[in-house]
Design a protein around this ligand. Structure first.
Ligand code: ZN
Length: 440
């Protein structure tokens, strides 16, 4: 099997390719199904014999390359493995159809799913460990019209706690802004974006940005993530949201974190208490101004909404240049002027390209850190609208979202563009990457 690159396996292949050497390769360890069932390896001995190693090879390759998802699609007698790394698609190698089917069956067993069951959508999970890092692999098996099964594995790195404002790369002034507005003990703060834009992670970063020594934070959000320094509030099953929030207010909480806002009813319940407590939530919206306009509409009361909405935050993920192979260059003044960077900027960075051997014309080995992708990890660029008095007036007057946006910009709010250029100036990402994100 050829799976992109796998440094350790290549090293082994260089010398002699016997079985014994192969066994020394560091492979992922599966550590039990997430549904608590015991994988019945004995009853599936033949499958285990044929498919455990190829399954480990495929998952190991994906984890080495930091993939978030692995997808295996069967087409004819072949199967294509596709990886998503930092949100970008990468080829993950080809398999024979039989092998792909065996891997899918193997994963069903490892996840405690029914391996005999075909043609039915099944979802499960398996715990894994690789190079000292723990993972949770969610396995989704979807039947296709041609009677094959599509395998999708979603990877969650449990050591990856991108949840503090510092980890997420928030600027100092943004961190100060978070502390300022959450200190009001009043109002609604939403974090908004489209699915997959890093909204949930950003919301946690917002929560982590609150000074926990000064404020007490309660959560009634249904989340399986552990929220540091945030107390889980025990909700009475018979209480509605409003009643639960009133109880939290009586227990002297300053900030509450609630489930994503999806409708008018929730918005109105939140607004009924938001004059006594600071509420943080998520909302699906294109940008901050759209999120504010949506809340105003759902509230059914422009005046009240104008008094209670305090701020909207929105992230957009941008890939970070690989620190090992990024290339420095001296930008010319015209470029700086065109993109809006200060004229005194001395150096910018772009994606590194592998050097070409002058004699043979062949490319050197790809960078060890990023495997030649040129990027390593992602960070959020932020747009932030703080609802100032002039914006409150616009909201109360029923202004559309583009007017709210225009005024916020005139007041100098943080925009994706500004925050993105900060990351470019700091050498964390490239102008090309910014362009790609803005086009998408
Ligand atoms: Zn690199």
């Amino acid at each position: 099997m050829a799976f992109g690159f796998g440094k350790k396996r290549d090293d082994v292949d260089d010398e002699d390719d016997d079985e014994e050497e192969e066994e020394e390769v560091d492979l992922v360890n599966f550590q039990g199904a997430m549904n608590g069932k015991t994988a019945d390896m004995a009853a599936n001995a033949r499958l285990v014999q044929a498919a455990l190693r190829p399954t480990k090879d495929m998952i190991t390759d994906a984890l080495e390359r930091r993939a978030e998802t692995i997808r295996v699609d069967v087409k004819g007698e072949k199967a294509q493995v596709a990886l998503s790394i930092d949100g970008m698609p990468f080829a993950g190698g080809r398999l024979a159809k039989l092998q792909a089917t065996a891997i899918t069956q193997m994963l069903k067993v490892l996840c405690g799913l029914d391996a005999r069951l075909k043609g039915k959508h099944q979802v499960g999970g398996v715990k894994a460990e690789f190079h000292g890092t723990k993972y949770e692999l969610t396995v989704d098996i979807a039947p296709q019209p041609d009677a094959t099964e599509r395998l999708t594995v979603r990877v969650r790195n449990l050591n990856h706690k991108l949840e503090t404002p510092v980890d997420l790369g928030f600027s100092d002034s943004l961190r100060q802004t978070i502390r300022d507005i959450t200190g009001h003990r009043h109002g609604i703060i939403v974090c908004c974006g489209m699915p997959g834009s890093g909204v949930t992670t950003t919301t946690y970063a917002l929560l982590r940005g609150i000074d926990v020594y000064l404020y007490s934070i309660y959560s009634i959000a249904k989340t399986d993530r552990e929220l540091l320094n945030i107390k889980k509030f025990e909700v009475n099953p018979e209480d509605d949201l409003q009643t639960s929030m009133m109880r939290m207010i009586r227990e002297e909480s300053d900030v509450i974190f609630v489930d994503p806002i999806r409708d008018a009813d929730t918005t109105q319940q939140l607004m009924s208490v938001a004059d006594k407590i600071c509420i943080i939530s998520e909302l699906q919206a294109r940008d901050c101004a759209s999120a504010i306009a949506q809340l105003v509409e759902w509230s059914g009361d422009r005046q009240k909404a104008s008094e209670l909405i305090d701020a909207a935050f929105s992230p957009k993920l941008v890939r970070l240049l690989c620190p090992q192979c990024r290339e420095a260059f001296r930008p010319n003044p015209k470029l700086l002027e065109k993109v809006g960077l200060p004229p005194e900027t001395k150096v910018l960075y772009r994606k590194g390209e592998p050097a070409v051997d002058e004699k043979t014309g062949e490319e050197d080995d790809p960078c060890e850190k990023c495997g030649g992708a040129g990027f390593f990890g992602r960070m959020a660029m932020m747009e932030v609208i703080i609802v100032t008095d002039p914006i409150r007036k616009l909201i109360a007057d029923g202004a559309p979202s583009d007017q709210i946006k225009a005024l916020a910009r005139a007041e100098g709010c943080l925009t994706f563009h500004k925050d993105g250029l900060r990351l470019v100036a700091e050498g964390k990402t490239s102008l090309e990457e910014l362009q790609r994100v803005f086009k998408g």
